[in-house]
Design a protein. Structure first.
Length: 211
């Protein structure tokens, strides 16, 4: 669809809400179409100048933890149908790895992240804003399981971080952005009806003459 501006779908919601599951479901539903997926987590700040101990003290649930300027710049490049070198983040050492990931332009750009709708300049680039709304208890249990299995964290460290930063930052920054959403999906990836509706909307964009 050269010549037509790509569409950006933003999927936000609290940690453990099911944002990634929803994003992947949409990608799967659009199999065969021109789609790429980008995670806001890839844009955590470069922290080479900090010691490991200092990096552990950073509040990763605050908007300042992200290089939003770079993310905006690279999304604009994708909108111009230019390939980007997306940073990759190494959770073991809490900074960017030296490798980048080449992302080719596509008709549909799905962006997912906890704090996607906080910055007005980033928010304005997003055509369809989706907020995944999931109960706090369920989100906490999912985060606990994920961080222990995927990131090698102890239960104590996950609980401590959740109470110190994740929960308060959710109520201060994440939940208030629900008002910007065009679509609110309760229960995340389990909500097949909402995902099917989104797929239909995106297909209308990709194939405006299909009706």
């Amino acid at each position: 669809m050269v010549g037509k501006k790509p569409i950006i779908i933003g999927v936000s919601g609290g940690s453990g809400s099911g944002k990634t599951t929803v994003s992947r479901e949409i990608v799967e539903h659009l199999a065969g179409e021109s789609v790429v997926m980008i995670a806001q987590d890839s844009y955590y700040n470069q922290q080479d100048s900090l010691t490991i101990e200092q990096r552990r003290q950073v509040n990763y649930d605050h908007p300042d933890a992200f290089d939003t300027e770079l993310m905006i710049k690279q999304l604009k490049q994708l909108l111009q149908r230019e390939a980007i070198e997306q940073p990759t983040y190494d959770y073991v050492v809490s900074t960017r790895s030296k490798e980048t990931l080449t992302i080719q332009p596509a008709d549909v750009i799905i962006v997912e992240g906890v704090l996607l709708f906080v910055d007005a300049n980033l928010r304005d680039l997003i055509d369809i804003k989706v907020y995944v709304d999931t109960d706090d208890d369920i989100r906490f249990i999912r985060r606990l399981e994920r961080d222990m299995v995927e990131r090698g964290r102890s239960p104590e460290s996950v609980i401590s971080q959740y109470l110190a930063t994740v929960k308060p930052m959710h109520h201060q920054f994440v939940e208030p952005t629900k008002r910007y959403a065009d679509v609110i999906i309760p229960e995340g990836g389990e909500n097949k009806i909402a995902i099917n509706m989104l797929e239909s909307q995106i297909r209308d964009f990709l194939n405006p003459t299909r009706h």
